[in-house]
Design a protein around this ligand. Structure first.
Ligand SMILES: Nc1ncnc2c1ncn2[C@@H]1O[C@H](COP(=O)(O)OP(=O)(O)O)[C@@H](O)[C@H]1O
Ligand SMILES: [Mg+2]
Length: 253
């Protein structure tokens, strides 16, 4: 844990990146079948901070984090993980402390909450501290939980593995506002204990309330970024200009 890193402060080289970065990309391009979807992306996540990726459907958010997680190979550019360039797949990065929560829910319905948490092979008690609402339902079968509770369990299980970096894709998709806030709060608590958190979110206001920094993607490129405070004052503009690109984000204006 470094005390040196001032969250959101630019580094002397102006890139914003520095040695406490858990993950950093340089000129990263990602795509499918040789067609780029995300272009020339520079981002970084440090210990102790929550960084949010915002953007409309099809903007390239999932593509971005699939690349960071090691599920999709870069077309060009670099990803530095724990200070070194990486090309390893997710299962190797996972062993080194990268927890990835994809968009699909993945709790095991037939197992209890506690047994689901144990699958993380980590610290179940710590996970319950971060998501205390699970305590009372720890003996309940996961299949009997509400959608929101299942997502909290998904997050808690990822946190039980004691990751250094958590990357989560739209954890709160389709959930009630109160549950969204609980999920985001659990992510915030985890960051306050020193891990880095990178979240893809559609709930801009709730996300910015817990984030340190955010970036807005549009058609695979960063069009806006800043501290959560800076972007919070522009939520109306972000919502109007960047979150509602319509059904086909690839269309030209
Ligand atoms: N497996 C895939 N093969 C080809 N194109 C894809 C694939 N997944 C996503 N895309 C395209 O990449 C673009 C970005 O998608 P995605 O990263 O899922 O956006 P977001 O998560 O922001 O909604 C979209 O135009 C989408 O159609
Ligand atoms: Mg997505």
């Amino acid at each position: 844990m470094t005390e040196m890193a001032v969250v959101g402060a630019p580094s002397p080289n102006g890139s914003g990146a520095n040695s406490s970065d858990l993950i950093e990309t340089r000129g990263l391009s990602l795509g499918y079948n040789k067609i780029p979807v995300v272009r020339d992306l520079d981002l970084h996540v440090r210990e102790g901070e929550v960084v949010c990726i915002l953007g409309a459907n099809g903007a390239g958010k999932t593509t971005t984090i699939l690349g960071l997680a090691g599920e999709l190979s870069p077309m060009s550019g670099e990803i530095h993980w724990l200070g070194k360039p990486v090309k390893s797949p997710l299962h190797v990065r996972a062993r080194q402390g990268l927890a990835f929560v994809p968009e699909e829910r993945s709790v095991i319905f037939g197992l209890s909450v506690l047994d689901n948490l144990r699958l993380g092979q980590g610290d179940v008690d710590a996970a319950l501290e971060l998501a205390p609402e699970l305590r009372d339902m720890r003996h309940k079968r996961a299949g009997l939980l509400s959608g929101g509770e299942q997502q909290i369990l998904t997050l808690a299980r990822a946190l039980a593995s004691n990751p250094r970096l958590l990357i989560a894709d739209e954890l709160s998709l389709g959930l009630a506002p109160l549950v969204v806030e609980r999920l985001l709060l659990a992510a915030r608590r985890a960051a306050d204990r020193g891990i880095g958190v990178l979240l893809v979110e559609q709930h801009i206001r709730s996300a910015l309330a817990v984030a340190d920094r955010a970036l807005v993607l549009r058609r695979g490129q960063v069009v806006l970024q800043g501290t959560a405070a800076e972007l919070s004052s522009r939520t109306a503009e972000i919502e109007a200009s960047y979150m509602t690109a319509g059904p086909d984000e690839d269309e030209t204006d």
